[in-house]
Design a protein around this ligand. Sequence first.
Ligand code: FAD
Length: 322
Amino acid sequence: MSNKLLVIGESRDGSLRNVTFEAIATGKKINTDAEIVGVLCGDDVSNDQAQEMIYYGADRVITVNHENLKTYTSEGYGQALMAVINEESPDGIVMGHTSVGKDLTPKLASKLGSGLISDAVDMEVDGDTVAFIRPIYSGKAFEKKVITNGVTFITIRPNNIPMLERDESRSGDVSSKEVDITDIKTIIKDVVRKAADGVDLSEANVIVAGGRGVKSEEGFKPLYELADILGGAVGASRGACDAEYCDYSLQIGQTGKVVTPDLYIAVGISGAIQHLAGMSNSKVIVAINKDAESNIFNVADYGIVGDLFDIVPQLIEEIKKY
Ligand code: FAD
């Protein structure tokens, strides 16, 4: 049974990502009595961020600040985290299955000589045994995995394991750790990001995704309107990205983002297996497609057979009434 669990937090644009809090909840689920130690790395980690981890269930938080941690590199973050891990000797480590988590955790696990269960979406606790459930074969099946010895090292898929209630009455120690991170071969000087408006796709509760059926960049505009009134984000199939109707950063699927929103509206998407790999675990799937035989209807909870150019504006009009 894990008595001390390290939760590696992640922030974006100065705010902690929700998956950080979901990782804390995962730690509590692994062992309600475990001490949850949050870790935050960066060049300017604030006390407020550390406090947020405590409000969401961490018992204490360690921050590592260094100018070479401004932007993520596996080398820099690896050094910082290994210093914390060596000092704390945790029984388990939990982190989000994000692009950083996917890159960083295999490296840390190999340094620790530990196993790693990645992309867990749920877990079953039976006494001292914790089995983690993760999708395999592009989401067509699930496997249960147990770590039998060594550090319980887990990454969790965002938006699957509910975070705990935020509780401002909680308190805990926040300490900073000095780590010398100068002996690294790569330093990212600048990240030039394309402007991305609105809700982060990987953490959105509602996604309106367009496919090749949307036919043009112009055709995506009503999808943005629909996503906007639902408080969601716009995604896309690779078909739509390849056709240059939208940016590849919106691609969902095997070679794109893996998402698990509460509501996924697939508009003019055929439902190729590679697309399903990225969205079939969404809680409710609505498909709009003019072809009743389209594969997307095999995974949809609600299907609308018809022309998307008629249906999407009607949907917008109806939802606006509420
Ligand atoms: P299409 O298959 O062309 O489907 C368009 C759909 O729109 C059709 O079902 C059609 O009936 C419908 N439609 C057309 N007009 C209308 C209308 N007016 N109203 C309503 N419906 C309409 N794909 C991904 O999405 N994500 C991935 O990560 C991904 N990775 C891949 C990796 C590999 C190695 C390979 C080989 C492929 C990958 N693909 C991926 C591509 C995938 O195989 C499909 O080609 C792609 O998903 C198809 O996109 P689509 O559904 O938008 O287009």
